[in-house]
Every structure is written in C-alpha cells, then in structure tokens.
Design a binder for this molecule. Structure first.
Ligand code: KIV
Length: 263
C-alpha cells in the first residue's frame, strides 16, 4: 500500500469516501491497525487515562507524547500518524512551535490541537512552517475543568453556531482536518458540509468524513464505555478481525448507528 498522506485524506473528502482512524499508543497495535486497512492512527493524549490511569488528559506531558509517537512510528507501515499536542503546550505560538517540532521529529505526520478561533494564529504559523494541523472542537477533553465535565457540546442554537463559526475560521487559518467530539449529529453534518477539509467524528454522528475510536474502547476493555462506543470484539474471533470490522463498518457507513449518536 502507498503511504497515506494529507492529500489522500483530502481526496477522500472530495470523492465522498469515508475513512477510519484509531487512537493507539504502541508499535504492536500500530502494525495490526495498518493490516486492518485503517488509514490514520491518532497518538492521543487519551493515553493519560487509558494507559496511565489518570482521570483526565491534563497530566500528559510532551515527553509522554514523544515516547508513544516514536513507538507507533516504529510499528507503522503506511497509515498517517497524528499526535496530540498536550495540555498547555500550545497556549502561545512559540510554545506551539517547540511542541510541534518535537512531535514531528518523533514521527508524527500531523499534530492535533484542541480549541476554537483563538488558535488561528498558531495554526497559520505551524502550517507555514510545514506542520499539518488537525483542529479539535466540541468536547475538548483538555478543557474538562472549564467545561464542567465530559458533556455533549453545541446542543443549543448559539453553541451550534459558535462551533460552525469556529470550524470555518480554523479551516481558513490552515487547519487541514477538523475533529469534532460529542456534538449532535445534525450540527456535525452541517459543519462537514460547510468545509472543504475532511472531518473526523467521535460521538458526532455518521455524516462526518471519518470516524475515530480509542483502541481499548472498541476492543471492549473499558468497563464504562461512552454511548458512542461499539465493542467490535463481540462478533470477532481476534483483535485483527475486530479492527478490520471497524474499518469496514466506518467505510460502509454502518458505524456509527443511531444508538451511538447524540441529538
Ligand atoms: O486523545 C484522544 O484519543 C482523542 C480522541 C478521543 C479524539 O483526542
């Protein structure tokens, strides 16, 4: 398979082809995810909760993120690797440049940052410097303490409009992918339609260009899964088969189903 690049994913959006992404943190799973045909791996700061046992992503450091990005890059063959910039490492443009440099040198092909229009200058600087950026809106877990918990975002008219305005501004600033977490399916669908860049959803309905799930959630290892998670191990004989079923289900538009979405 040819390496997946940002051009591949942007072409998918233009052609109306869905693609899948999995948040994973090590070499052995990166290899299996590649074999399942999944086109993108997110080295997510969710590793703070999944691997380290914290109750938020706030304690995750750039040292942690580089360590796991290097591990994923060693196991990767052709997927595009996106890495999260950790909490407060991009609060000003200079810090963002230092963080993005470390992640790209660790093997990431793209970085992800959480937030709205306040990130526009940072995104322009990173993109001009050669760093593709995914902007993450909706439920932004690094802001759990300002949001007052892990809650669905954009449920009223004003909040939904704010998300749309943010999405348009972020694309204009140079973001090459937009990720939406825990927003009503109708809001995510409207945003996907308004943008030329691919959108990735998690708890954002079936009308985004792509879907992402955390590996350990989709393998049924989380004792308290969120509404948007499907356990792909339930009808699989192996982890490899569960990963392939997930990829197929996303491409065919069978996942997420209405029971995984918010109104
Ligand atoms: O850190 C992560 O894994 C994420 C996904 C949940 C989107 O940001």
């Amino acid at each position: 398979m040819k390496p997946v690049t940002i051009n591949t994913l942007q072409q998918h959006k233009q052609d109306g082809i869905r693609f899948s992404c999995i948040a994973a943190y090590d070499a052995i799973f990166a290899r299996q995810i590649n074999q399942a045909g999944v086109e993108m791996i997110l080295v997510g700061d969710s590793l703070g909760m999944v691997l380290q046992g914290h109750n938020s992503t706030v304690p995750v450091t750039i040292t942690d993120m580089c360590y796991h990005t290097q591990a994923v890059a060693r196991g990767n063959q052709h997927a595009m690797i996106m890495a999260d910039m950790p909490f407060m490492t991009y609060s000003d443009t200079k810090s963002a440049v230092i963080t993005a440099t470390a992640l790209m040198q660790a093997g990431a092909h793209m970085v992800k940052i959480e937030g709205g229009q306040w990130l526009c200058d940072t995104i322009s600087t990173l993109v001009c410097g050669g760093v593709p950026v995914c902007a993450h809106i909706g439920l932004t877990p690094q802001s759990v303490h300002t949001l007052g918990g892990y809650k669905v975002q954009g449920r009223n008219k004003e909040q939904a409009q704010q998300l749309l305005d943010d999405a348009i501004a972020l694309e204009k600033a140079g973001a090459q992918i937009l990720l939406m977490e825990c927003v009503p399916a109708s809001v995510a669908a409207r945003i996907d339609k308004a943008l030329a860049i691919p959108t990735i959803g998690i708890g954002a309905g079936a009308q985004t260009t792509a879907q992402v799930l955390v590996l350990h959630d989709m393998l049924g290892l989380n004792p308290q899964p969120a509404k948007f998670v499907r356990n792909f191990m339930l009808d699989a004989d192996s982890i490899q088969q569960a990963l392939s079923h997930y990829n197929q289900a996303v491409i065919e538009g069978e996942f997420p189903a209405p029971e995984h979405t918010f109104k």
